[in-house]
Design a protein around this ligand. Structure first.
Ligand SMILES: Nc1nc2c(ncn2[C@@H]2O[C@H](COP(=O)(O)OP(=O)(O)OP(=O)(O)O)[C@@H](O)[C@H]2O)c(=O)[nH]1
Length: 206
């Protein structure tokens, strides 16, 4: 089981399968360097960092789904740990950010969709909503995507978000390029959920 988390109000959890660019994004968010481009699936435990310059704690959760060299049982255990962590801290997690590879996501999702199969990423997105954690899709590697609007519409569709994708901009769909350092749409989405949470807190007094 995962160890404890810091006692801070604004926690943002970062999720995504291997190779979507989570480490690159973490470096952009925190200003620290992370081990990128190494073995897939290297992050195994949740790690907490400051989201600079915002006053958030960002929790890097292990990559899930396909992990080369990691056996099935271990993969399932990691997934169970992620689910438990999210359930346990749902009330205090401000947003769950699911990082996608903008270029590859639709193909991967379609390959894993079937009558008895839900792709891990889509399942996780639904799970976040089920436990009441606002879910954000950080669509990364947009620098590689040529048909931007079509691609983002297709992604929205796969996650049950009615296109056009622009309807979900600012809260749920954040097209970014971690490598280029263009992550403002993600900052904006997370800030949106921070303000929404503060508003809800205020209402508790009435
Ligand atoms: N073109 C492009 N490539 C990116 C971007 N972000 C990350 N990459 C590349 O994608 C590859 C994977 O990036 P990582 O940050 O290591 O991915 P990760 O999700 O942390 O992978 P794991 O360590 O397996 O969990 C690297 O070659 C990165 O340089 C991006 O915005 N655009």
């Amino acid at each position: 089981m995962f160890e404890t988390r810091p006692d801070r109000d604004a926690e943002v959890a970062l999720l995504g399968r291997s190779n979507v660019g989570k480490s690159t994004l973490m470096r952009e968010i925190t200003g620290h360097s992370f081990d990128t481009g190494g073995k897939p699936g290297v992050t195994r435990e949740p790690n907490h960092y400051d989201w600079a310059p915002e006053d958030f704690v960002v929790t890097d959760l292990p990559g899930f789904g396909f992990m080369a060299g990691v056996e099935e049982g271990r993969r399932e255990a990691i997934k169970t740990d992620i689910v438990r962590y999210l359930e346990q801290y749902a009330e205090r997690i401000l947003a769950g950010v699911v990082v996608l590879d903008g270029k590859a996501a639709v193909d991967i999702i379609d390959r894993h969709s079937g009558p008895d199969e839900i792709p891990h990423t889509v399942e996780l997105f639904g799970f976040l909503q089920e436990v009441g954690i606002p879910a954000v899709l950080a669509v990364n590697k947009m620098d590689k995507v040529e048909d931007r609007d079509e691609r983002l519409d297709a992604i929205a569709d796969r996650f049950g978000l009615y296109p056009p994708w622009q309807q979900w901009e600012a809260e749920t769909i954040a097209p970014i390029s971690a490598k280029r350092g263009t992550i403002e749409p993600l900052n904006q989405a997370v800030r949106h959920h921070l303000h929404a949470a503060k508003r809800d807190d205020l209402f508790k007094f009435f």
